[in-house]
Design a protein around this ligand. Sequence first.
Ligand SMILES: Nc1ncnc2c1ncn2[C@@H]1O[C@H](COP(=O)(O)OP(=O)(O)OP(=O)(O)O)[C@@H](O)[C@H]1O
Ligand SMILES: O=C(O)[C@@H](O)C(=O)CO
Length: 429
Amino acid sequence: MTLAARLSLGCIADDYTGASDLANTLTRAGLRTVQTIGVPADDLALPEVDAVVVSLKSRSIEAGLAVSRSRAAEAWLRGRGAGHVLFKICSTFDSTDAGNIGPVMDALRADSGEAVVLVTPAFPETGRTVYQGNLFVGAVPLNESPLKDHPLNPMRDSNLVRVLARQSKTQIGLVDLATVTRGADAVRARLAELSGKGIGAAVIDAVFDRDLETIGLVAAGHRLSVGASGIGLGLARALVSTGEVKSTTASSAAGAPVGGSAACLAGSCSQATLQQIAKAEAVMPVLHLDPDGIITGAGEAQRALEWAKPRVVDGPVLIASSSASDQVAALQARHGRDAVGLAIEHAMADIAEGLVQAGVKRLVVAGGETSGAVVDRLKIPGFLVGVEIAAGVPVLRAVGAEKGDMLLALKSGNFGGAEFFTDALGLMR
Ligand SMILES: Nc1ncnc2c1ncn2[C@@H]1O[C@H](COP(=O)(O)OP(=O)(O)OP(=O)(O)O)[C@@H](O)[C@H]1O
Ligand SMILES: O=C(O)[C@@H](O)C(=O)CO
């Protein structure tokens, strides 16, 4: 692997769509960025880069495993000279009280010797803002947003100081918007004050990109931060403005067409994805899987492939497991939350594998866990970032994949406009 003399920024993302969202943001801000799936093998050929985003599938797994995988990624990134590591979490802070943001942050903090860690999931471009430590999704607090019914990580408390305090061993402080507005020195002074009180992490408010630029300038002087693409934007702009990184125009990594057939898979049950599926019905054949059938092992994946194979020859198709929140809850009550999630992810991976064997080379996947299951099954080791389809979702070109050249789009559940599937396919040639 070829890297810049010293990696300027190392990132660990807790899911694959989140990783491509961050890689997209860093690329657009001028950093040469690559997304790897897990810690890359030494023989993976990659271009020279300023930033590496190591994608993990650690958001909804047991906390101890999330910690050990994140620490291995951190060791790899530090070994390549990364002075700053960003732990990329979801902009809707997806994690239950037994969740992994706190434990991973604590472990990385101990490894990096960081006194106080800046934490913010703000990503104003997608409507995620933080005020007085409360996360807003568009106009409503997190606990009133559709995230309250997330299949794996229902979010019922919008106060992130409280949420993180329930997960972390350190005390959690707040850097409020008034302080951020006063600039980088005011933020540094507040952090020194918190650190003097033995507080090890601080949720920091951000409403506009300019707040994230201030935060980025401060964070760049630290070893570790935790947040979503917004703090990535701030860090990238700080690295460019201080001359640490020479800005590069976003590459056309998705450049040469790959041809082949195209398909979309949706495992996300977010309202955005449900609306996108409904829109897709008008323009491509859509198959709705029977989630109960998947769990009871009734050959749903095989049935889906038999349906899809003759159709993909003529044009893109969409296969979706997604259901509305009341049906998700009913299914989980019958079979258990984890069993349902895993069985459907497994079926989606089976379908993706079958589709690729049938000649699909352009694949759009909706949902972070779903994308993780699919990309793992296809054994794709990394991605170069191409054009942006929607905020937080780029076209990705697989590198080092056994199946050869492929384009993918990994859509975070809540991202993209109503026509997302057609928008994506229009840019994936
Ligand atoms: N009909 C369904 N009923 C219950 N669970 C489902 C159903 N369809 C999919 N799932 C499961 O719900 C989970 C959806 O998570 P996923 O991360 O893929 O989407 P998301 O949370 O909307 O996206 P993101 O994490 O990017 O925000 C997966 O574990 C998936 O297997
Ligand atoms: O930050 C986000 O919202 C996304 O990148 C994501 O992580 C969803 O899985």
